[in-house]
Design a binder for this molecule. Structure first.
Ligand code: HEC
Length: 221
């Protein structure tokens, strides 16, 4: 429709019409240009860096993302007693159903392993990330960076992973080797493949265990 005006008609009225159409041809071109993919949908607003920083709080195993600051177990103890012990116990032993934070020596290979920061977590930096992100439960992200370093130092020292007077900061924390650091494997092997049985499958499925069996056995002892 846009190139109608190219066929210059002889009749004056038609010429006028052609000129008018030539104008609309320009509009058509303009329309074509505007029909290309828009640079942006024109919604929202640019995200200010401080908003991105508020979300971008993950700490890598190598310590990437750790902020400046520092703390020792001695500084962490009063914070822990004030803000954490009501749920995790004065010695990190766990109150009621709240998780313990200190290893009591139960081996991970026990029938009922007791997984804690101390005997299970592979990276010390995860402790910083987790406490900073999620604790104290119900008042998450209320701690300063120094408080988090101090709490991490206190929990690591209660687990006898670092010395009482060892300062935790962005340089020292990633160097802490957790006892179970080499206890994890990359799960790409046969244990995560579950090929469906297509022939000669078991005739009858027998249930060998049910949740709660352990508890009943313990109760009967
Ligand atoms: C009101 C109770 C409560 C308080 C107070 C609290 N926590 Fe927790 N904490 C929890 C609960 C519940 C979980 C388990 C959360 C989950 O698994 O989703 C947890 C989990 C944790 C874990 C991970 C344990 C694991 O092995 O998975 C750490 C570390 C921790 N808390 C540290 C702290 C620290 C440090 C403080 C004090 C600043 C604190 N918590 C205060 C209830 C609490």
């Amino acid at each position: 429709m846009c190139n109608w005006a190219d066929n210059a008609p002889r009749n004056r009225a038609l010429r006028r019409l052609a000129r008018a159409l030539a104008g609309s041809a320009l509009l058509c071109l303009g329309g074509l240009a505007a029909a290309g993919p828009p640079a942006s949908p024109g919604l929202g607003r640019p995200v200010p860096p401080e908003l991105i920083r508020a979300w971008d709080i993950d700490i890598g195993p190598d310590g990437s993302g750790l902020p400046p600051g520092s703390g020792t177990a001695a500084q962490g103890e009063p914070v822990f007693q004030a803000k954490c012990a009501s749920c995790h116990g004065e010695f990190g032993e766990g109150v009621g159903r709240f998780p313990p934070l200190v290893d009591d020596g139960t081996p991970l290979t026990a029938e009922r392993p007791r997984k804690t920061v101390g005997n299970y977590w592979p990276h010390a930096t995860t402790l910083w990330d987790y406490i900073n992100r999620a604790m104290p439960f119900g008042n998450a992200q209320s701690l300063t960076a120094d408080e988090v370093y101090a709490l991490v130092a206190y929990i690591l020292s209660m687990n006898e992973i670092i010395d009482e007077d060892q300062e935790m900061n962005a340089q020292t924390l990633p160097k802490v080797k957790m006892p179970n650091r080499d206890g994890f494997i990359t799960a790409t092997g046969s244990d995560i493949r579950a090929p469906a049985c297509m022939h000669d499958c078991v005739a009858q499925v027998r249930i060998t265990s049910r949740a709660g069996r352990y508890k009943r056995e313990q109760a009967a002892k």
